[in-house]
Design a protein around this ligand. Structure first.
Ligand SMILES: [Zn+2]
Ligand SMILES: [Zn+2]
Length: 310
């Protein structure tokens, strides 16, 4: 990461000067489940979105159980991370918290009756897979490494992703906003170092029209300038594409922001257009937009852990 401020300036910045990071809402997953149910109405992929809503409901319950057991990192580590712009909840290199596996067990148990057939048979194999194989799968997902080895692992990947989201969201909620490095506007989450799922233009307490990138893992949001490519920071010839139906724009709150410099496309969801948008849920409901920009030669830069891609 390239600092925009010196470490001294970052360390002496008064808390609350600018809202550079927004921690996830306490009821993040419950709100996401509601949004997914709204988006499912009349949608061609309604069954998929409704199952995702069930996952989000169970994620909320698991999050509430996990939060009291989740500790803040030690103060020395937090200070070093703030000074050098390193993510305190590093998802790439640091150890996997043990709690992630308990969350996976809870999610599997609660979701098994509603799971689609492919996932149901994968869940039957879960006890036989063994903890080392599941830890390895979790690490490969966190590090965006190559695809899982087997059909079972591929089917389990979204559920493993869901368990990792709960674990990292609980860890993010144990932080204060000021614990997270600020003054860096990077393409990766300053709390955990993961890729964004999309970006969101917010209204309300953050002021009108302020844009944040939403983390695909811990759900922290970090401030990013508007009309600027999040992956490569280019500001030239940025364009926007939406989904058009016969009667006008479909999902008017969602656009793909495309960058001719790096050929990336990252979605931008706007609370100015629809106050109930959720970056993660609205991303799942607009996969047709990804296909459209893909045909135009742009690759998807957003990462969604329910859609397994390395
Ligand atoms: Zn994050
Ligand atoms: Zn770019």
């Amino acid at each position: 990461m390239q600092p925009l401020l010196s470490p001294e300036e970052i360390a002496t910045q008064a808390p609350g000067d600018i809202l550079t990071n927004r921690l996830p809402a306490d009821r993040l997953f419950a709100q996401r489940a509601d949004r997914l149910r709204t988006l499912a109405a009349g949608h061609a992929m309604a069954d998929f979105l409704l199952f995702c809503a069930r996952i989000a409901d169970v994620q909320q319950t698991a999050l509430e159980r996990l939060r009291p057991l989740t500790q803040r990192p030690d103060e020395g580590l937090l200070l070093r991370c703030r000074q050098h712009g390193m993510p305190p909840l590093d998802a790439q290199g640091a150890d996997l918290p043990d709690t992630w596996y308990e969350v996976l067990t809870t999610l599997s148990r609660e979701l098994e009756p509603w799971a689609p057939p492919v996932l149901q048979s994968a869940l039957l194999s879960l006890p036989g897979l063994g903890r080392p194989a599941l830890d390895a799968l979790a690490r490969s997902i966190l590090r965006c490494e190559a695809s899982p080895d087997t059909v079972i692992e591929l089917a389990l990947a979204p559920l493993v992703g869901a368990a990792l989201q709960v674990t990292w969201t609980a860890r993010a909620l144990a932080l204060n906003g000021q614990d997270i490095p600020s003054g860096f506007e990077d393409s990766l989450c300053p709390a955990c170092g993961s890729h964004p799922v999309a970006s969101i233009v917010r209204i309300g307490d953050a002021g009108h029209g302020v844009r944040y990138a939403t983390c695909s893992l811990c759900a922290n949001e970090w401030h990013v300038t508007r009309i600027k490519c999040v992956p490569c920071h280019n500001t030239k010839d940025i364009a926007y594409q939406g989904l058009e139906g016969e009667e006008g724009a479909l999902n008017p709150g969602v656009k793909a922001e495309t960058c001719p410099a790096c050929q990336a496309s990252l979605k931008i969801v706007s609370m100015e257009k629809d106050p109930f948008v959720d970056a993660f849920a609205d991303d799942l409901a607009t996969l047709a937009l990804d296909m459209l920009v893909d045909e135009a030669g742009f690759h998807r830069a957003g990462r969604n852990l329910f859609l397994f891609t390395p």
